[in-house]
Design a protein around this ligand. Structure first.
Ligand code: ZN
Length: 242
């Protein structure tokens, strides 16, 4: 091999990703942001009625919030690594529309929330479902099921201006070429701006923080070798389960 060390590293990073050609216009290289700027990842549970129903949960009257630590974040370019299934049970995928803040946000108005959005992408809120169910039944917190290393998989950040008012954003997750999740932000129980306002009244958000806005129905277990394709408008990312 005559390639330079620099080339080898680049190849390793992009090895599992295939992007459509027209991605380059507004796609932002997120490797730097992923490493340095995320303080916390705020996740919204049960933001789609159909997903609440499939897990036998009630539809909430206020956004149900939980967090993932920055240490759980990985780029989709790294591929998906599950905790050992023999020890931890099934890892489920949850494809979600994700927002990154460009500015701090505290007790925000709708207009301030709108102005604070810096980037948009898709992510996978990976969940140890069997462990989560066990913890829920005991009334215990579920960090063990949601916060493991690699539990927050993020694709590349896109410019927020391309998404209008976020009322009409479509996204999909295909696994091995089969459609598994079909997301439409019009079906969110709490839409993006309202979510940011609501969260910012519960606690302060900081520039770099990520919001995972909840998963549509169709969640399920990942298996070794599964090829996942995430689609957001004309953008597409592909990654494989190790
Ligand atoms: Zn989720």
């Amino acid at each position: 091999m005559s390639s330079s060390p620099h080339m080898s590293i680049a190849n390793a990073i992009i090895g599992n990703v295939k992007e459509t050609a027209n991605n380059s216009d507004i796609s932002i290289d997120n490797s730097e942001r992923l490493r340095t700027s995320i303080g916390k990842v705020v996740c919204v549970g049960r933001n789609y009625a159909a997903h609440a129903e499939e897990l036998g949960n009630e539809v909430p009257s206020a956004p149900m919030l939980f967090m993932k630590p920055a240490s759980s974040v990985v780029s989709i370019r790294q591929g998906i690594e599950r905790p050992n299934p023999a020890i931890f049970g099934e890892t489920h995928y949850e494809a979600e529309l994700c927002i990154q803040l460009a500015t701090d946000l505290s007790k925000a108005t709708l207009e301030e929330a709108k102005q604070a959005i810096g980037g948009v992408t898709l992510g996978l809120d990976l969940t140890l479902r069997e462990l989560q169910t066990e913890l829920k039944e005991k009334g215990h917190p579920w960090e063990r099921a949601k916060c493991f290393d690699g539990a927050c998989v993020l694709a590349d950040w896109l410019d927020a201006n391309a998404f209008g008012d976020f009322k009409n954003v479509h996204y999909q997750l295909n696994i091995n070429n089969e459609l598994k999740q079909d997301g439409d932000s019009a079906l969110m129980l709490f839409p993006v701006y309202e979510l940011l306002v609501n969260i910012s009244h519960a606690f302060s958000l900081q520039a770099g923080d990520v919001i995972m806005t909840g998963t549509p129905s169709g969640v399920g277990a990942l298996h070794a070798g599964d090829v996942l394709t995430l689609k957001l408008g004309a953008h597409e990312w592909q990654t494989e389960v190790k």
